[in-house]
Design a protein around this ligand. Sequence first.
Ligand SMILES: NC(=O)c1ccc[n+]([C@@H]2O[C@H](COP(=O)([O-])OP(=O)(O)OC[C@H]3O[C@@H](n4cnc5c(N)ncnc54)[C@H](O)[C@@H]3O)[C@@H](O)[C@H]2O)c1
Length: 311
Amino acid sequence: MKFAILGTGIMGRGWITQCAMTGHDVHCFDANPEILAGVATGCDKLSATVAKKFKIDDPDFVSNAARKITTYEDKGAFIEVAKGCDVFLEVIFEDIKLKCKVLADFLPQLSEKVVFWSNTSSLDINPMAEAGGRPQRSIITHGMNPVPLMPGVEIVPGDKTTAETVEFTRQTLLDMKKAPFLAPNIPGFWVNRLLVPQMLDAVRLLEQGKIQVEDGDIGLHTSLGHPQGTFKLHDFVTAPTMLRVALQMYQASNDPRMYPPLTLMRMVKNGEFGASTGQGFYDWSDPRNPKARDLSHYVIGTAEDMLDQLK
Ligand SMILES: NC(=O)c1ccc[n+]([C@@H]2O[C@H](COP(=O)([O-])OP(=O)(O)OC[C@H]3O[C@@H](n4cnc5c(N)ncnc54)[C@H](O)[C@@H]3O)[C@@H](O)[C@H]2O)c1
């Protein structure tokens, strides 16, 4: 099969690698040429990690996957090749206005047959499906980070998505060795509807001085079996993506628990994005051995603490 992938950041690279490793041709484009230039190295690294983790005894595994990937610096050339693809997958910033604008530009230029997938982690499929002009063949396929290592994919049909599109998507994902499951079209779907409020609560408890990074993550790892704790996960997701996801979920739900905490905004402002920038809740100078940071400068306490100070 042929995939056209728009957006080659963290999640885009995950999907590109997954498609390529499972024998599909992948064509990709990103508005940021620097990000696009890092695709080959990033995807090689991901497929090498997969080969190591799953003990794949094939010396050509990484190079075979790499051969399946083509990047396009020219948007027009990407659209030309996307016209003949089976699936168009968008993996751009979590911003409904941006996604709708971009989809209204790209999708009407493609063949009617192309199925549209979105990797959004929280947004309503219906406005995107309408913006792209093919609501019957539009569906969310929300993969987890890193895609080649995490099997789960939420599939979220919209109001007009046909049963045929759902079945095509489910079967294609199964063939790609993913574990698709149906989730509701509500802000955050199933996984993030439960996870995001928990992650934001963790940041609020940290800024209230109730928990420290290392204790918080050890607690969730050893008590609930989380592979990494909430703060490390936050660093992998990155602060800008958390900010976008939380804000979109807040705007869609009006639930104050979803509103991005001040500390998250400060970290974005200070460029402390997480693993990708070297600083987040952890110091990632040595990526194999991240060290929990002392974030006491972000601790403001509770309203009750403030009142005590006023006495
Ligand atoms: N980071 C995660 O852990 C995670 C997990 C699941 C889902 N998601 C979702 O995946 C999507 C992408 O997230 P990400 O973490 O990969 O973000 P990212 O910032 O790493 O990558 C987004 C990419 O989109 C590109 N882009 C933005 N506007 C564009 C445009 N108009 N045309 C072409 N390219 C454009 C950017 O240049 C960037 O490279 C979001 O919808 C996000 O919610 C993220």
